[in-house]
Design a protein around this ligand. Structure first.
Ligand code: PEP
Ligand code: MG
Length: 755
């Protein structure tokens, strides 16, 4: 059964559009189950009716014609109950409705299962038979499994179709939203420019061309080049390979032959598709066919076709390289954006970034934050290959992308862009005023940095210190571990730039989603694995080199603070402190005149919350990493857009944890800071201040907004608000209560709807 399922899903996956996908489904499911009828009904979001979209066994003329309201017939019943319905005699069911167009009365038994994607009922998959019988358990579970697997494929096909503004029923579709994760704050409206990774067939977009002759010529040349390469390779290897192995090259040559692959591609180009898109279509179809074959030898041929396809594509892309044109308001879209791609767009034209892969910790997101470009990462459902030239809205605050925006949505976002610009300009005057509440409470606002580019922006916005310098950033942009001297120079620049303001340097926090190409860590559960302090305690040479470099860099400046990430036990702090003292004495032995800096522990793991009292005794300060703390407390991957709705830093459990940490710090008379994104959310910052947080450290973009809000409020009001929301048991309620209260105080303009 698994094999059949796998094969059907694979075939459906390679379908070029929704109607083809659905017709494959009904054919294959009918065959696999040996029934007389298989049909798919999809719920049309416009008319909210179930429309018969594909059938094998019923009258095909009924496709697209027959439809049922959501409370009508057995189909509506299955959809409403969101459960399978297995009937021996469908006509006897009170909800049965007869459609003359389908010729349905001949079928007695009925098995219908809902197609559900992310809680949304998308349609119903049905099999029917003349014979009166109940479908057995294994048939029912087959159909349920099939439907669960197909839901995602159908959703993807639907989204792919709708991005150009038309739904599957031909209706106008607007504001198609794709959920992702925030990469860099801000919103942007612009035109998508899809950048392809080199020679990745799967990433080639559709493109309609008018100069068909030129495309044919390009393709002809690419084909010829690959032929030549193959011949050259074959003769080069003839001394090392046996003749039967060399025969592979003959197979390649045959595939390239005009009558085979070449011809099929040419046909598609003649219909107006560009050469790269035509090649993708043909190669994918061949791969799909080979992969479905039972013979392992033939299945293996799929990889040959893939390889050939890539080689031809590489030549096509080489020829097409100079074609990329960047409009004003370019939104760069790619499967995996790289800093290099970003550098290729003229700075004044780049307004937003969208990456299908990657997270808020990816290089490009770090760079985007430093440059202030609204960015969305991990847009895994985005059919990006089909999006070139489309108008998009990038919401970097919430991690959302909209295609085909309606007038209203465009107006709403234009307004946000304008407000944001005005706000930033208006807030410039705040730069040199302190963050003091109306009742005189002074709240220090610091920044998080990583690149040197962050420094100017931070100082520009009136940062009073660095609460988190992510030292892994300079490590990530190299191709080897930086030496002690190199690190010393990098750290010195940070320390000097902010001097005399304090700079909190975090020891290397790699693992999780932060990878070094030259130190790969492969794990099933990287966020629960070898991460942060766990790596550096296992590699004291890395830890010692890094901390020595920090200490040396601080000579004569004395504004260094050191902070330890991912602490989950007191003995990790003991070991780290031991190494730190050793580094300090080594540095002093070398003749440097440096003091031992203040040392802090990051509270990012629930275990550390419950041991905050013990931990704070061991060090000079605690700093809460709410990004990870939220992730680990709520068991929600911070980079997984599928569970992004569950990731909520205002969750009552997170608030309770923060209060517990604040209480421990207060009792020990030591400062507590917060350096996760939460500190940069103006509304959340009000609560953090009320809890007694001593420092808020955030991205430079949000600092003026937080300052503006805190300067308009009284600490006593903030405390009353905290008392009110801490009684609530639901994160959404916490957020709406908080926002409403702040709006009522006339402070709504800096509030985002963030999670
Ligand atoms: C955090 O986890 O909140 C934090 C500040 O660290 P990072 O985002 O770098 O994991
Ligand atoms: Mg963290």
């Amino acid at each position: 059964m698994l094999n059949t399922l796998r094969r059907i899903v694979q075939e459906v996956n390679s379908a070029r559009d929704l109607p083809t996908a659905l017709s494959i489904i009904v054919q294959r499911v009918r065959e696999a189950m040996g029934t007389e009828v298989c049909s798919v009904y999809l719920l049309d979001p416009g008319s909210t009716r179930y429309v018969l979209m594909a059938t094998e066994g019923l009258n095909k003329d009924a496709v697209g014609v027959v439809s049922l309201a959501t409370n009508e017939g057995l189909i509506g019943y299955v959809g409403a109950r969101e459960e399978p319905l297995n009937l021996e005699d469908a006509a006897a069911h009170p909800r049965f409705r007869y459609f003359v167009e389908t010729g349905e009365e001949r079928y007695a038994s009925f098995l219908g299962v809902p197609i559900i994607h992310h809680r949304r009922v998308m349609g119903v998959l049905v099999v029917q038979q003349k014979e009166r019988r109940q479908f057995d358990e294994s048939e029912e579970s087959f159909l349920v499994t099939m439907s669960a697997q197909l839901a995602g494929v159908i959703a993807h096909a639907e989204a792919t179709g709708s991005i150009r503004g038309l739904g599957w029923g031909g209706e106008v579709v607007q504001d198609t939203r794709f959920d992702a994760v925030p990469g860099a704050p801000g919103v942007a409206i612009g035109q998508a420019v899809v950048v392809l990774p080199p020679a990745d067939l799967g990433a080639v977009p559709d493109k309609i061309v008018t100069d068909i002759g030129a495309e044919l010529q390009l393709f002809g040349k690419a084909l010829e080049s690959v032929r030549r390469d193959m011949q050259a390779l074959s003769s080069k290897l003839s001394a090392q390979l046996r003749p039967e192995e060399l025969a592979l090259f003959d197979v390649y040559q045959m595939m390239l032959d005009d009558a085979a692959l070449g011809n099929e591609v040419t046909d598609i180009i003649k219909r107006g598709q560009w050469a790269q898109g035509a090649l993708r279509e043909v190669v994918n179809a061949h791969i799909g066919r080979f992969e479905m074959m039972d013979d392992p030898y033939l299945r293996e041929r799929a990889s040959d076709v893939k390889d050939l396809g890539r080689r031809i594509l590489a030549y096509l892309q080489e020829a097409g390289k100079r074609e990329l044109v960047f409009p004003d308001n370019t939104i760069l879209v790619s499967e995996e954006l790289s800093p290099v791609m970003l550098g290729e767009v003229p700075k004044e034209k780049l307004v937003g970034l969208v990456s299908v892969l990657g997270s808020g910790s990816s290089h490009v997101a770090i760079l985007a934050r430093a440059m202030g470009i609204p960015t969305v990462m991990g847009a895994v459902d985005l059919p990006y290959t089909r999006m070139d030239g489309l108008e998009l809205i990038v919401d970097g605050n919430h991690g959302e992308v909209y295609s085909n925006p309606s007038q209203e949505l465009r107006r709403h976002y234009l307004e946000l862009v304008r407000e944001e610009r005005e706000l930033v300009q208006g807030l410039e005057t705040l730069r040199s005023v302190p963050c003091v509440t109306l009742d005189g409470y002074r709240m220090p606002l610091w920044v998080n940095t990583g690149l040197l580019a962050d420094v100017a922006r931070s100082l520009d916005r009136g940062a009073e210190g660095v609460g988190l310098y992510r030292t892994e950033v300079p490590f990530m942009i190299q191709d080897r571990f930086p030496s002690e001297k190199e690190q010393q120079a990098i750290y010195r620049e940070q320390l000097e730039a902010f001097h005399p303001l304090p700079v909190t340097m975090r020891t290397l926090d790699i693992g999780g989603d932060k990878a070094l190409t030259y130190f790969p860590i492969r794990e099933d559960n990287p966020f629960l694995g070898w991460r942060g302090i766990r790596v550096t305690l296992d590699h004291p040479e890395i830890f010692l080199v890094q901390t020595r470099a920090m200490l040396k860099a601080s000579q004569g400046l004395d504004n260094l603070r050191i902070m330890l990430p991912m602490i989950s036990s007191v003995y990790e702090v003991e070991e780290a402190l031991h190494l730190l003292h050793r580094a300090h004495s080594e540095v002093c032995d070398e003749g440097f005149d440096v003091h031992m800096p203040p040392v802090g522990v990051m509270i990012e793991v629930p275990a550390a919350v419950y041991q905050a009292r013990e931990l704070v005794q061991m060090v000079d300060f605690l700093s809460v990493g709410t990004n990870d703390l939220t992730q680990y407390l709520l068991a929600v991957d911070r980079n997984n857009p599928r569970v992004a709705d569950l990731y909520h830093s205002l969750h009552p459990a997170v608030l309770q944890a923060l209060i517990k940490i604040a209480t421990a710090c207060r009792a020990a008379g030591k400062p507590m800071s917060v350096c996760g994104e939460m500190a940069g959310d103006p509304a959340a910052a009000v609560l953090l201040m009320a809890m007694g947080c001593d420092v808020l450290s955030m991205n430079a973009t949000n600092l003026p907004k937080v300052k503006w809000l805190l300067r308009q409020i009284r600490l006593s009001d903030a405390r009353a608000l905290l008392d009110e929301v801490i009684e609530l048991d639901n994160p959404y309620l916490v957020q709406s209560t908080l926002h409403l209260a702040l709006r009522n105080l006339g402070l709504g303009k800096v509030l985002s709807q963030g999670r």
